[in-house]
Design a protein around this ligand. Structure first.
Ligand code: NAD
Ligand code: DAU
Length: 356
């Protein structure tokens, strides 16, 4: 199968590509603009594989996207390219509207024109898989019983989640109106190796190691439902290869954690694995600092993942404890990847490897 993946140089996209190259025989075309969040170093382990191809292309660039479809002849598209960070969407939302909404529209149109030209047999097998977020559902009350299901009404809170909700609506419209065989997955918070250090877990690990403050928004009581990124990659593969056209699946790890507990767990792991001898602190948790809350901050996310388990047999393999330990160890053992991000070197490395 030929799979065109957008956003493959990002955190989740790179995990999906590493999984597909290492565990399957499919051919991959990674289409990525390489924004600040795109890092080809995350694909260094598979970049020389003959089944892997890369094109530095913006998904909003209609002409080039159409050319890539015609040349690569994909059997499926896995669409992960997006602006993904909620805080950035609050300070500056234009790129979120452009990539997440306009970019998804351009990709849908390119897919539709390409799909129209396929044989009936190939049309039936084709899938446009849109990778989305649980944030489209807004937030849940504090009650531990309430969960997001595939039929929870949309109520996005941030510019990021509103842009993702818009793109979900476009994708469903292309199914209903044009018959393009789409699938949507809505996933909870991912964590794991190669996570860009603007997000809570890698930011906390790296700030702690540098003796910097660990910012916790508001009272830290907000809840996220954490999923190890490699579990997500396996789930996406099950969905793109097995799900019926038009289907929606929620993906989650049944790992609801308060933010403050996540930060404390990371500090405890670092106290054990990288005890600090130079800073004048008893524990990394002494660095925890409560800061003003994120505007519009969602209180609680929690996924009901029964449908994907029942239909496709997917369940996560990592517990939060095992996944967090693996993650902390990965950051401790991959200082070069980390340092090239912290110094900005990673983008120079990309320019050297792929001169424009
Ligand atoms: P990321 O920010 O790490 O990576 C995004 C990638 O998209 C980068 O490689 C970037 O260069 C690329 N990109 C951005 N704009 C582009 C454009 N116009 N054209 C082509 N490429 C472009 O994001 P992520 O965390 O890996 O998330 C991937 C997808 O999964 C997103 O759609 C996100 O909404 C969704 N998602 C993320 C999470 C999570 O916890 N990270 C959870 C659920 C869903
Ligand atoms: O739920 C899925 C979403 O998870 C994805 O769609 C997004 O792309 C992804 O970025 C993530 O969004 P969050 O906003 O939940 O992730 P973030 O890591 O930014 O924040 C996690 C929680 O931690 C959130 O409640 C805000 C809080 N936080 C975050 C940062 C960066 C802090 O308390 N301090 C921080 O410094």
């Amino acid at each position: 199968m030929n799979i065109l993946i957008t956003g493959g140089a990002g955190f989740i996209g790179s995990a999906v590509i590493r999984y597909l190259i290492n565990e399957t025989q499919h051919n991959i075309l990674n289409v990525d603009k390489l924004t600040y969040a795109g890092n080809l170093e995350s694909l260094a382990s598979i970049e020389n594989n003959s089944r892997y191809h890369f094109s530095q292309t913006d998904i909003c660039d209609k002409e080039n996207i159409i050319q890539l479809f015609n040349k690569f002849q994909p059997n499926a598209v896995m669409h992960l390219a997006a602006e993904s960070h909620v805080d950035r969407s609050i300070s500056s939302s234009a790129e979120f509207i452009q990539t997440n909404i306009v970019g998804t529209f351009q990709l849908l149109e390119a897919s539709r024109h390409y799909w129209n030209g396929l044989s009936k047999e190939k049309q039936d097998l084709f899938r446009f898989h849109h990778i989305s977020t649980d944030e489209v559902y807004g937030d849940l009350s504090d009650s531990v019983t309430e969960l997001f299901t595939e039929t929870t009404p949309y109520a996005p809170s941030s510019p990021y989640s509103a842009s993702k909700a818009s793109s979900d609506h476009l994708v469903r419209a292309w199914y209903r109106t044009y018959g393009l065989p789409i699938i949507i997955t809505n996933c909870s918070n991912n964590y794991g190796p190669y996570h860009f250090p603007e997000k809570l877990i890698p930011l906390t690990i790296l700030n702690a190691l540098q003796g910097k403050k660990l910012p916790v928004y508001g009272n830290g009581e907000q809840i996220r439902d954490w999923l190890y990124v490699e579990d997500h990659a396996r789930a996406l593969y099950q969905v793109v290869t097995k799900a019926n056209a038009g289907a929606t699946y929620n993906i989650g790890g049944h790992n609801e954690q308060k933010n403050i507990d996540v930060v404390k767990d990371i500090c405890n792991l670092l106290d054990e694995l990288a005890p600090n001898k130079t800073l004048e602190i008893a524990s990394y948790s002494d660095l925890i600092t409560f800061v003003p809350d994120r505007p519009g901050h969602d209180v609680r996310y929690a996924i009901d993942a029964r449908k994907i388990k029942q239909d496709l047999g997917w369940v996560p393999q990592e517990s939060f404890q095992s996944g967090l330990r693996k993650t902390v160890l990965w950051y401790l053992n991959n200082q070069e990847w980390v340092n090239r991000i912290l110094t900005g070197e990673y983008q120079k490395w990309i320019q050297k490897q792929y001169p424009l």
